[in-house]
Design a protein around this ligand. Structure first.
Ligand code: ADP
Length: 191
């Protein structure tokens, strides 16, 4: 299996690029943000549990992430691999992912980060707010999300660097141009 993590701050373009990667390489796209938003729209028990947390820009508790991921991995047990988008976001989640994949003798194949600075992120997310109207795209909440990313998610870079699984590219440029750079790196890692 090829288990790929697309990593980066909110607004770095992970969602857009993940979809393209999943399509090209025939991998299953797992966006934890999309899963939560769907549950919120459908007012499921999970959606009701996480709605307030997400609207504040905070992280959903790690234990809930395990449930969602186990479910997704089970549903797609025949997949050629996964593109993880928005997960893992904490060191605990990274350990949980290792043990979940480990149960099937699988592991994370590659982590690729899209590098985009805080100023550009704020600009992009405020623009997205006008188009999509996501409740967590207000200036105050965006700033909170960036801070949480810097404190809780960025430490994963060293975690994966130590495992020699980490690479990064500039996340600034055209969608197709960035996609090409990503594909080049994936191609070097796929047998
Ligand atoms: P973005 O990367 O643009 O911030 P996502 O769609 O990935 O947006 O996530 C939206 C929100 O969903 C996050 O701010 C967080 O509240 C919640 N969330 C998504 N994935 C996770 C995760 N792995 N751990 C904890 N919370 C998560």
């Amino acid at each position: 299996m090829f288990n790929f993590i697309l990593f980066g701050p909110p607004g770095s373009g992970k969602g857009t690029q993940s979809l393209k990667i999943a399509e090209k390489y025939n991998l299953v796209h797992i966006s934890t943000g999309d899963i939560f938003r769907k549950n919120i729209r459908e007012k499921t028990p999970l959606g009701l549990k996480v709605q307030a947390i997400i609207e504040k820009g905070e992280l959903v508790p790690d234990a809930l992430l395990i449930e969602i991921l186990e479910d997704a991995l089970q549903q797609h047990s025949k997949a050629k691999g996964f593109v993880f988008d928005g997960f893992p976001r904490t060191i605990q989640q990274a350990h949980d992912l290792d043990s979940m994949l480990g149960k099937n003798k699988e592991s994370v194949s590659l982590v690729l980060a899209l590098e985009v600075g805080d100023g550009e992120i704020l600009k992009r997310l405020l623009k997205r707010a006008e188009i999509e109207g996501r409740k967590d795209d207000t200036k105050e909440v965006i700033e909170n999300r960036i801070q949480i990313y810097n404190n809780q998610t960025q430490p994963l870079i060293d975690f994966y660097k130590n495992k020699k699984k980490f690479q990064s590219i500039q996340g600034i440029g055209g969608i197709d141009e960035i996609f090409k750079s990503i594909c080049k790196i994936i191609d070097q890692h796929m047998d």
